[in-house]
Ligand binder design. Structure first.
Ligand code: UD1
Length: 430
């Protein structure tokens, strides 16, 4: 079992390169199966979730050719099995994107009921509602979701809640359906737009992605394309908060500042200065962070995936702050871990009341999920003394070389795998 060990208290300085968006890449890779021609995708992050999906795709017969670390050629013409059966698939929520992609192309799909981060109940009823409206039959049997149809037809679908996954999945199922589909109350996240742009570059006809009404006209077939995935706004935001909590000054490259507006505006409320460039953003932390309030909302609101990183910043800010989580009910599981580092947080339902403390003190903590794990790492970067973060498996699902990127900004952080290596690090950093 690997851990991150961190000697905190060093302000981050310098430049960091942000990778491609994991959540966009998961959907785009699944969608790449929808043509029989070869699709080239780059700016792909090299993280566990992506590799698990690629492995599952190979399992159904997709031909995958790696072109370096961040690019891949995908050919879905040899898919001969619509049953996705892979142990690793159960661990990632986005396995459900193969449902929309295979149903859309072959009118048949069987995918393990999705797992993913334990951040609350994560039903897929809205995905299934969309598929059914297009003429599919769906059922859950022996741990699998099964969807099939003789033909798929266009439909008018009103989502009961804003769901990124349902919006993308229904969009994929609809691109080759007969007639037109409208998705109302659609999610507006940048990766919804990225997937729509990708599908359009393969010949789909999708209009309105990025607004709450998406209209899709079914086409007969999709064709080859070359596509570069958008930068990861959550990875970027994580580094921005890391700069804030350590009193640092960093420049992030390969970002789209527009996608980061909700995060940037909260960082400004915390007292940071933000400078936006075409594809870069600079964060300069104040001497002391100021407390504020935040509520997670679908895009363009403050992202739930940034909530733990924001809360870590508020935990060492002046005053009392309130964090309201309105997307996932179980997203405060890191609070007990943060308390071990000296934070003072009271959780009541979906609200956390945070009384800022002067500083964190290093402790041994466990990552409860992907984003909360990253938040504990940034708390460790700010803490006095040594922090060890266990269960970094979760963090590596969505962050590529997190330790090396922080090292590049001057942090003392290493990935270790034994008590001996932990002792060695302690001796080295003094
Ligand atoms: C995606 C992201 C995740 C992010 C989340 C919200 C991926 C792989 N994951 O997850 O990192 O935290 O968006 O931005 O892209 N819901 C239902 N029924 C459904 C679908 C969703 O009740 O059929 C509820 C969920 O329980 C949740 C809310 O809707 O409360 C939003 O979920 P959704 O946007 O679907 O999240 P994911 O697509 O799972």
């Amino acid at each position: 079992m690997e851990q991150y060990i961190i000697k905190g208290g060093i302000p981050l300085h310098g430049d960091v390169e942000i990778g491609g968006a994991k959540n966009a890449a998961l959907a785009i890779l699944a969608a790449a199966n929808m043509t029989n021609e070869t699709v080239y995708i780059d700016n792909l992050p090299d993280v566990r979730d992506i590799n698990a999906l690629l492995e599952a795709m190979e399992g159904i017969g997709t031909r995958i050719e790696r072109v370096g670390r961040h690019a891949v050629k995908v050919n879905g013409s040899s898919v001969e099995n619509f049953i996705v059966e892979s142990e690793s698939m159960k661990k990632i929520r986005a396995s459900y994107y193969l449902l929309g992609a295979l149903l859309g192309k072959y009118k048949k799909a069987q995918v393990p009921l999705p797992g993913g981060c334990n951040i609350g109940s994560r039903p897929i009823d809205q995905h299934l509602k969309g598929f059914k409206a297009m003429g599919a039959r769906t059922k859950v049997e022996h741990g699998f979701v099964i969807a099939e149809a003789e033909t798929l037809h266009g439909a008018h679908i009103f989502l009961d809640m804003v769901s990124v996954g349902a919006t993308i999945n229904i969009m994929m199922a609809a691109v080759m359906a007969e007639g037109s589909t409208t998705i109302e109350n659609a999610a507006k996240e940048p990766h919804v737009v990225d997937v729509a742009n990708f599908l359009n570059s393969m010949g789909a006809s999708i209009k309105g992605a990025g607004t709450d009404v998406i209209r899709i006209k079914g086409v007969r077939a999709l064709h080859r394309t070359e596509y570069s995935i958008i930068p990861d706004q959550i990875e970027a935001g994580t580094f921005m908060f890391a700069a804030a909590v350590t009193g640092g000054d960093i420049v992030l490259h390969n970002v789209i500042p527009k996608h980061l507006e909700a995060t940037s505006s909260k960082l400004m409320e915390l007292g940071c200065r933000i400078h936006e460039y075409d594809d870069a953003i600079q964060v300069v932390a104040p001497a002391k962070l100021q407390g504020t309030h935040v509520k997670t909302m679908p895009y363009p609101g403050f992202p739930t995936d940034m909530q733990p990183q924001m809360a870590v910043s508020l935990a060492i800010a002046d005053g009392t702050s309130i964090v309201t989580e309105s997307i996932f009910e179980n997203r405060f599981r890191y609070v007990d871990e943060l308390a071990r580092m000296g934070a003072s947080v009271k959780v009541e339902g979906n609200v956390a009341v945070i009384s800022g403390v002067e500083r964190f003190t290093g402790a041994r903590v466990s990552a409860p999920d992907l984003r909360a794990g990253a938040a504990l790492v940034i708390a460790g970067l700010a803490a006095e003394g040594i922090t060890i973060v266990d269960d970094i498996y979760y963090i590596e699902r969505g962050y590529e070389n997190l330790d090396q990127k922080f090292q590049g900004l001057g942090a003392k952080i290493e990935k270790v795998a034994s008590e001996k290596e932990i002792q060695k690090f302690r001796l080295k950093v003094g």
